[in-house]
Write a protein that binds this ligand. Structure first.
Ligand SMILES: C[S@@+](CC[C@H](N)C(=O)[O-])C[C@H]1O[C@@H](n2cnc3c(N)ncnc32)[C@H](O)[C@@H]1O
Length: 431
């Protein structure tokens, strides 16, 4: 399916690609909006992100009013109905305009026959508001707009906080910046922003972090192309300080792309000898572009971190960062497509990959060296359980700070906590 100039039809196509073909939201948006007028792109983005953010809720509402599910080849019409419902429930647009424009978009999808169906479904949702409200409050999946399997896991892992985590997953995330402290101070960058009328505040969790009051396109960030600043969530900025790599040390970044943490490590210590691996050459190209923009140097290698024969020359590393592939359940507020793309049977594969990378990297670390394990997940099996398993298998590994028996290992940041994304951090020292 190609792009379209109609913004509602374009959003429906993006949602079709994400839900039916498991494509990444950003990749689908880039492709589909190729045919959309520049001025309409922010609207397509708002509709696609918003509809996916509320997907489980909107999907449940659509099913109340559809006599039977649409055929596989007409799932774009189903996606369009969800785009219509999103506008009616979550945007401040007059209802009649939202209905009319969504109905009109059927023609741009080449599905004019569906006009009556889309119209009837959207109008019924307005007319039968009480029925909709009752259905939403009766189902956690609809109320919190997350898949049932994920709600069940969060309830099990966080008996007290699960609702707060789900609500944070539906919030609009703030835009956070990392000031390149090698070039200017955080206060000086704050002044540059203010001169441009943008307000921001410093964040205590990282000495380089600023959080903007309102998001800005990167090309409006002062000095972005000259490398004065990068866009990075505050929780992600904690990694470099925990790893604490020093100039002259050999450091491995085993899963480096797109390179945010690698860049931060080098901003703090430009003389670090950094080897940055990633299995995905396309993402590694983005890492190169990011380091070039910041004027930083590292050796980048497309390789599988779990197979050291592909990348290790036998010289031990002083420090290693394993920012592992994970469920990304801590960053759903930034990537709402995770709620529909991620499946429960992904978890065993992910935990196996994480363990495989940890096993492969550990022997490459010198005695006295430090490994920092990071995920942007909130699921125990990828985080503390993964670390406990590793510690059971490796008598020469010691968590830092060392706790008493039964103490928690690592630090779990929950999404929305102090404005941050959900991240897990654990430091392991090699005896
Ligand atoms: C969470 S992301 C890393 C983010 C990055 N550290 C940053 O700060 O920008 C995980 C990365 O692991 C990569 N990856 C997945 N499996 C891998 C493997 N076996 N070896 C190396 N990289 C892998 C993915 O391509 C992805 O880029």
């Amino acid at each position: 399916m190609s792009g379209t100039a109609n913004p509602r039809a374009a959003a429906a196509r993006v949602i079709f690609q994400v839900t039916e073909e498991r494509r990444y939201l950003d990749a689908a948006l880039d492709e589909v909006t190729g045919a959309t007028a520049q001025v309409d792109r922010p609207l397509v983005q708002e509709l696609a992100y918003g509809t996916l953010r509320w997907y489980q809720q909107l999907d449940g509402i659509a099913h109340l009013f559809l006599a039977r599910p649409l055929k596989a080849r007409d799932r774009d019409v189903h996606a369009l109905i969800l785009v219509g419902l999103y506008q009616l429930r979550h945007l401040r647009v007059p209802a009649h305009a939202a209905v009319d424009q969504t109905v009109e978009a059927t023609a741009a999808l080449g599905k004019s026959w569906a006009k009556g169906l889309v119209n009837a479904c959207l109008r019924a949702s307005l007319r039968e508001a009480n029925r909709v409200a009752a259905a939403v409050s009766a189902s956690d999946e609809m109320r919190f707009s997350h898949p049932a399997w994920l709600i069940a896991r969060l309830r099990a892992d966080y008996p007290r906080d699960w609702q707060r985590i789900l609500e944070a997953g539906n919030a609009r995330p703030p835009m956070a910046l990392r000031v390149n402290l090698g070039r200017l101070s955080r206060e000086d960058y704050l002044a540059l922003l203010e001169r441009q009328g943008a307000l921001a505040h410093a964040h205590a969790a990282s000495d380089a972090a600023l959080v903007l009051d309102k998001p800005l396109p990167v090309d409006r960030l002062p000095g972005f192309s000259e490398g004065l600043v990068s866009v990075q969530d505050v929780a992600a900025q904690i990694a470099a300080a925990l790893l604490d790599a020093q100039n002259g040390e050999r450091v491995l970044d085993a899963c480096a792309a797109p390179g945010g943490k690698a860049a931060h490590i080098l901003e703090r210590a430009p003389e670090v000898e950094l080897l940055a691996l990633d299995i995905d050459p396309g993402r590694l190209a983005r890492t190169r572009a990011g380091l070039d923009r910041l004027g930083l140097a590292a050796r980048l290698l497309a390789a599988d971190a779990s197979k050291p024969t592909e990348w290790w020359d036998g010289r031990l590393f002083d420090r290693a960062l394993v920012d592992a592939p994970c469920s990304a359940t801590g960053v759903i507020r930034r990537h709402p497509d995770i709620k529909v793309r991620r499946r429960p049977d992904d978890l065993p594969k992910l935990t196996e990959t994480q363990a495989g990378i940890l096993e492969a990297v550990w022997p490459c670390l010198r005695p006295g060296g430090k490994l920092l394990y990071v995920t942007c997940s909130v699921l125990g099996e990828e985080n503390e359980q993964q670390m406990r398993g590793f510690l059971r298998r490796h008598a020469d590994a010691m968590p830092e700070p060392a706790g008493c028996a039964g103490a928690r290992i690592g630090r779990q940041i929950l999404p929305g906590e102090d404005e941050m994304d959900g991240f897990y951090y654990a430091c392991l020292l090699k005896r």
